[in-house]
Design a protein around this ligand. Structure first.
Ligand SMILES: [Zn+2]
Length: 212
């Protein structure tokens, strides 16, 4: 396979890449990545968490599964997923300055009983930006309104979901070594990612685009 692009995304920052139909995008890292995609030729068509879950009738996706758009077209197929110790998330949105502040002021729940608290504990630990701001920055100049950035596919964000109550329990289950997830583009896609700060635990990630 020929490497067409290789991009390092420093921790708590965002980047975007274009992946043409048939090309493979690899996301490699060890900490949460917030991942969104748009049809490069119609930026109004974008990734949709609900369509992705409903079309495959499940909450967790991995190799063989697809990411669907709001228009119900397959955008990307997961062709390889090396993360075996945990899962990826399709329930949560993105962290942001406002969310951090809401948690700090007690206006949003920190965690569900039994889950791990991933939020900053002290005021001085609150980052001044998070994945929301990183994705806005990554998509700057593309003419996409901030509010049109969809809720993401959260790579390596392992959560336990109580089957009876629906409680979402955060965990710190992440890849022990660098893991990767490979997507084949089913249409020309503009992809944007954020290397989540994860309250200080976040690390840099890598994007690679290949042609087979
Ligand atoms: Zn985040």
């Amino acid at each position: 396979m020929k490497v067409l692009q290789s991009v390092v995304v420093p921790k708590n920052s965002g980047k975007s890449v274009v992946v043409k139909q048939g090309q493979i995008l690899r996301v490699a890292g060890r900490t949460i990545v917030d991942f969104v995609a748009f049809n490069e030729h119609n930026l109004r068509e974008r990734f949709d968490q609900a369509r992705t879950k409903t079309n495959q009738v499940k909450l967790f996706i991995s190799a063989g599964d697809q990411l669907f758009s709001k228009h119900n077209n397959a955008m990307l197929t997961i062709v390889e997923d090396s993360f075996k110790e945990g899962r990826h998330d399709l329930q949560k949105g993105m962290c942001s300055r406002k969310r951090f502040e809401m948690v700090a002021k007690g206006l949003a729940q920190r965690k569900f009983a039994g889950g791990v608290d991933l939020n900053p504990k002290r005021a001085e630990e609150i980052p001044d930006h998070g994945c929301w701001e990183n994705l806005i920055d990554a998509l700057k100049g593309r003419g996409i309104a901030d509010e049109d950035i969809p809720s993401p596919f959260n790579i390596w964000q392992t959560m336990k979901i109580d089957p009876d109550t629906g409680a979402m329990l955060d965990t710190t289950v992440r890849p022990k070594e660098e893991a990767h997830i490979d997507f084949r583009a089913e249409m020309d896609c503009l992809v944007a990612v954020s290397a989540c700060p994860e309250s200080g635990r976040g690390q840099a990630i890598r994007l690679e685009v290949y042609e087979e």
